[in-house]
Design a protein around this ligand. Structure first.
Ligand code: NDP
Length: 445
């Protein structure tokens, strides 16, 4: 079967040179689904895999805007509409200087299978820009978002493509983009998710990815006969996912002792005081090192990579891609970490995942473990279509159920295909099969 993987990967690499993150994401999925293709020749005949690795549409555009000094700035915008077999394209927008086509395509490709796992009817897409909101004034961010949407609006719509937030895109950015979309189209529709509560947002969407991650890990811990009580937890990042994973884990009795940003990390062995983190990151938009000024027992260390040397029982990488390499994974194993689950997208390199599997560490892959955010976005779309709002508890209850269903699907698929306990293979197969059946039914389109 490796010839199947090699053959398709060779074409993907040749057609999409200089896109290493995209190649990495494709390879992982191909390796997992090879046994499915062997069992289902009709999928091979219909060239489902060859089709699924090719985005349905990609848009790259110029985003000109003017900074506070009156200088013209030019950024690049992206939207990759990857697969609409099971619903409108859905996936976040990332604003970060590292954004390029490879990163957007890896995220969009992963999103196809993640969205399929959520049990909600949404296809896969992703977008963003190399614009960096950090250090920009609110007015600069607004001007950028308006310019970005002045092109993006042509390609999206509530039944076509429904973007959301991601790194660098929170409530402020979504608000500015929504306003511009509404002005350009003269419609008030659920075209973006992650909206403010006063204009169509869903309760619990802000918390959803982090809370969902914790619900998923609850099942991973249960399968080892344990729970969150008194577990020491290290979480990378200090953005949306990291903050709400910390909140839910703490509510369930865990001791979260470390968080980070791209400059460094903090360790507070008494347990992170989340109110301080929320103040610094959500209100003041400051840096994580400011935490130590408020809590003298905490220590700050420069450089974010060494966070994985902090001993812990549960690790939740929730910052960015490829942040846990082999060395970091070995450090976690050495310190007796029992569970790792990905809050960020593809934060573990393939070598790191191998280290975890070989050491018997429970490993929750991103497309399953962090699917709570997009699942709740789908719940936001449902509420927008019905023109009503569910209470927080209702959304959280549905999110919890979805995370349980995702876990069960991953376990079932891994067992059916002879890879019991391997949630990477389980997630890839379960997500792929749902999309493949829909593509097969819809003919060659
Ligand atoms: P935020 O922008 O809110 O926070 C990102 C955090 O990660 C910040 O602390 C940031 O630090 C850090 N970070 C970003 N880039 C890097 C880098 N290159 N190196 C080190 N640290 C970095 O983003 P989110 O919390 O929303 O997203 C985090 C991850 O979770 C991403 O991989 C995203 O794709 C994924 N995700 C998010 C979902 C959501 O609903 N928000 C849903 C599913 C997945 P700094 O401030 O210094 O940049």
């Amino acid at each position: 079967m490796s010839t199947f993987v090699d053959r398709i990967l060779e074409t993907v690499v040749a057609r999409n040179p200089a896109e290493p993150e995209f190649h990495q994401a494709v390879r992982e999925v191909l390796e997992s689904i090879a046994p499915v293709i062997a069992k289902r020749p009709e999928l091979a005949r219909a060239k489902i895999v060859e089709r699924v690795v090719e985005p349905e549409r990609q848009v790259i555009f110029r985003v000109p805007w003017v900074n506070d000094k009156g200088e013209v700035q030019i950024n690049r915008g992206f939207r990759v509409e990857f697969n609409s077999a099971i619903g409108p394209y859905k996936g976040g927008l990332r604003f970060h200087p590292s954004v390029n086509l490879s990163i957007i395509k890896f995220l969009g490709f992963e999103q196809i299978f993640k969205n399929a796992l959520t049990t909600t009817p949404i296809g896969g897409g992703k977008g963003g820009s190399d614009f960096d909101p950090k250090g920009k004034s609110d007015l600069e961010v607004m001007r950028f978002c308006q310019s970005f949407m002045s092109e993006l609006f042509r390609h999206i719509g509530p039944d076509t493509d429904v973007p959301a937030g991601d790194i660098g895109v929170g409530g402020r950015e979504i608000g500015f983009m929504y306003g511009q979309y509404k002005k350009l189209t003269n419609t008030f529709t659920g075209v973006l998710t992650g909206k403010g509560l006063s204009y169509g947002g869903s309760l619990a969407r802000t918390e959803a990815t982090g809370y969902g991650l914790v619900y998923f890990v609850t099942r991973m811990l249960q399968s080892r006969g344990t729970d969150w009580k008194n577990k020491s937890v290290v979480i990378s990042g200090s953005g949306n996912v990291a903050i709400y994973a910390t909140e839910r884990a703490q509510q369930l009795g865990a001791r979260v002792i470390a968080l980070s940003d791209s400059n460094g990390y903090i360790v507070d062995n008494d347990g992170i005081k989340l109110d301080t983190v929320k103040r610094i990151k959500e209100i003041e938009r400051g840096r994580i090192k400011e935490y130590v000024a408020a809590h003298k027992t905490a220590k700050y260390y420069d450089g974010c990579q060494d966070i994985w040397t902090v001993p812990c029982e549960v690790a939740l990488p929730s910052a960015t891609q490829n942040e846990i390499d082999r060395k970091a994974a070995e450090a976690l194993v050495k310190n007796k970490c029992i569970a790792v689950a990905e809050g960020a997208n593809m934060p573990s390199t393939p070598e790191a995942v191998e280290v975890f599997h070989n050491a018997g560490v429970s490993f929750g892959p991103a497309k399953a473990a962090n699917a709570g955010g997009v699942a709740t976005s789908a719940l936001e779309m449902a509420q927008n279509s019905m023109r009503l709002n569910w209470p927080f508890e209702e959304v959280d209850r549905r999110l919890h159920q979805i995370m349980n269903d995702i876990y069960d699907q991953c376990v079932a698929a891994s067992e059916t295909y002879g890879a019991k306990g391997n949630l990477v293979i389980g997630a890839n197969i379960a997500g792929f099969l749902k999309v493949a059946e829909a593509m097969l039914a819809q003919g060659v389109v």
